[in-house]
Design a protein around this ligand. Structure first.
Ligand SMILES: *[C@@H]1O[C@H](CO)[C@@H](O)[C@H](O)[C@H]1NC(C)=O
Ligand SMILES: *[C@@H]1O[C@H](CO)[C@@H](O)[C@H](O)[C@H]1NC(C)=O
Ligand SMILES: *[C@@H]1O[C@H](CO)[C@@H](O)[C@H](O)[C@H]1NC(C)=O
Ligand SMILES: *[C@@H]1O[C@H](CO)[C@@H](O)[C@H](O)[C@H]1NC(C)=O
Length: 249
């Protein structure tokens, strides 16, 4: 290639200009894919469904007019760190192919290309990239645009198991433990004693992260049913353990 005269900045501009005028007519820059303002991350609960909203316009247009004669190539990809890019849905030459549970919210052709995901699983978490190519009927490009939305699939705590660690005799110490096998984000824990002698426990006897309740210097009056609640922002689950403090030696 012949080197262009002028400063590096001028050369760059010329290269850009040549590039644009060769491969992309000015009209192409006008295609714009949109997601709701300020929305980059969505959260949804395992088993439920979610809609990843996206639509396109041409700059200067204000309404979502019915598509003119244009040919769409639409793809939704899932990007997960350490994994290959996965195609979730594609609409090419009027044909839609998709992974199980994935569908378009609106029948094509539509300028609203929102993706619906049903029966969510934890492994559906990741960055969803919508990529759109539009050509007119003559095969001339009307532009390309892409947008990304990140999805976090959350899991309410599974029922925890409660255990008594230690021998509950007057004057000894015991620990009540509580663990939920599965949750996202990680569960936190609360312990309380059920009526008639209801009591709620706090740190330092309660470890909200590990789920343990430390009871020291037991007395007979501390006998009763202790209830643990495992919770996160999308749900909670309980278990309990009965403490019987014996007076025998
Ligand atoms: C496209 O559809 C989504 C999902 O129904 C919706 O949230 C969004 O507002 C729609 N976009 C426009 C511009 O109507
Ligand atoms: C019970 O806990 C107290 C306070 O932490 C400690 O001083 C004591 O040694 C413990 N007793 C037993 C039997 O471990
Ligand atoms: C344990 O409790 C008894 C009565 O409940 C009390 O007299 C004793 O001082 C306590 N011991 C400790 C180490 O706190
Ligand atoms: C303790 O758990 C059992 C089953 O795990 C339940 O039937 C019972 O109602 C619970 N008791 C209290 C006081 O929560």
């Amino acid at each position: 290639m012949v080197s262009l005269p002028g400063s590096p900045a001028t050369s760059l501009l010329q290269v850009l200009f040549l590039g644009l005028s060769t491969f992309a007519p000015p009209a192409c820059a006008q295609l714009q894919l949109h997601t709701p303002a300020g929305l980059t991350r969505l959260r949804a609960v395992e088993g439920a469904e979610v809609v990843l909203p996206a639509w396109y316009t041409y700059r200067g247009e204000t309404t979502l007019a019915q598509p003119p004669l244009e040919v769409l190539t639409l793809m939704w990809f899932l990007e997960q760190s350490g994994k290959d890019l996965k195609q979730v849905l594609a609409y090419i030459n009027g044909v839609t192919t998709s992974q199980p549970g994935a569908s378009l919210v609106y029948a094509m052709p539509s300028r609203n290309v929102s993706l619906r995901l049903q029966g969510l699983q934890e492994k559906d978490s990741g960055s969803y990239r919508c990529s759109l190519n539009v050509q007119d009927r003559q095969g001339k490009s009307r532009g390309h645009s892409s947008k990304t939305l990140t999805l976090d699939v959350l899991i309410p705590p599974a029922p925890p198991s409660c255990h008594l660690l230690g021998v509950p005799r007057v004057g000894t110490n015991v620990t009540l433990s509580c663990q939920s096998p599965r949750s996202k984000p990680i569960a936190q824990y609360e312990w309380e004693r059920s009526p008639p002698s209801a009591e709620v426990f706090f740190a330092p006897v309660l470890d909200t992260i590990r789920g343990s309740l430390s009871l020291k210097n037991l007395s007979a009056s501390m006998s009763g049913v202790y209830i643990c609640k495992a919770y996160n922002e999308v749900g909670s689950a309980h278990c309990n353990v009965t403490l019987e403090v014996s007076t025998g030696q």
